[in-house]
Design a protein around this ligand. Structure first.
Ligand SMILES: O=C(O)c1ccccc1N[C@@H]1O[C@H](COP(=O)(O)O)[C@@H](O)[C@H]1O
Length: 215
């Protein structure tokens, strides 16, 4: 079984190299200032140029306005947009049409009912990303990248009308169980391959990609 991996929150050349050497399919650059993984377009442009032709480059945004997308995409070459906020299906469709890039929309899951919106988004996206919904009590939670998992059994035996990725609290130690339970053939990780928020660990990136290669 092949499991394609995205390593998100890349901020330095060492992490990028570990992702490329381990044969990640995608790397993610975060454009959300509140995140410890956030990059300026200028910083991302350097990494994006180094990644070109070796790994697909995903730009992560949270409820971006047109000005942010214009400013970022005017400076950084990206292969896909990841929308990780509260974007409506209509806004997702608008972004996809206006900037002409494939779009992956995060759907945040805590319970079975949270999956009810999938058909609405499936009509307008290229890929669905299932991530954990942070509990309300977690006051300092980010819109994603919180090292939180959801109950993977919610996805067991389900099929979806579009390609999809699993994320939320994945790491080299739990990847096999997560994939076996959900049947995911693509996964996304950020916190689980870091030494602390915003600082990637090349050895953990290698371990994650190696675990994916052994599935
Ligand atoms: O990584 C971030 O800082 C981030 C910020 C805002 C929205 C999403 C973010 N990351 C995405 O969150 C999920 C889960 O990450 P983790 O592995 O649990 O840390 C993943 O899809 C990241 O791309």
């Amino acid at each position: 079984m092949t499991v394609d991996c995205k390593i998100c929150g890349i901020r330095d050349p060492e992490a990028l190299r570990a992702a490329v050497q381990g044969r990640a399919r995608w790397v993610g650059f975060v454009f959300f200032p509140r995140s410890p993984r956030s990059l300026t377009p200028e910083q991302a442009a350097v990494l994006s140029a180094e990644a070109a032709g070796r790994v697909e480059r995903v730009g992560l945004f949270v409820d971006p306005d047109d000005a942010l997308l214009d400013a970022t995409l005017g400076r950084v070459d990206l292969d896909m947009l990841q929308l990780h906020g509260s974007e409506t299906p209509r806004r997702v469709a608008e972004i996809r049409a206006r900037w002409g890039l494939p779009v992956m929309k995060a759907i945040k899951i805590a319970r079975a009912e949270d999956l009810a919106v999938v058909p609405d988004y499936a009509e307008v996206v290229d890929c669905i990303l299932f991530d954990a919904k942070a509990p309300k009590e977690m006051v300092d939670a980010l819109p994603g990248g919180n090292a939180l998992s959801f109950d993977w059994r919610l996805l067991a035996g389900r099929s979806w009308p579009k390609p999809w990725m699993l994320s939320g609290g994945l790491n080299p130690e739990n990847l096999t169980e997560a994939v076996n339970l959900t049947g995911a053939d693509a996964v996304d990780v950020s916190s689980g391959v870091e030494v602390r928020p915003g600082v990637k660990d090349p050895a953990r990136i290698a371990a994650f990609l190696s675990a994916a290669g052994e599935l």
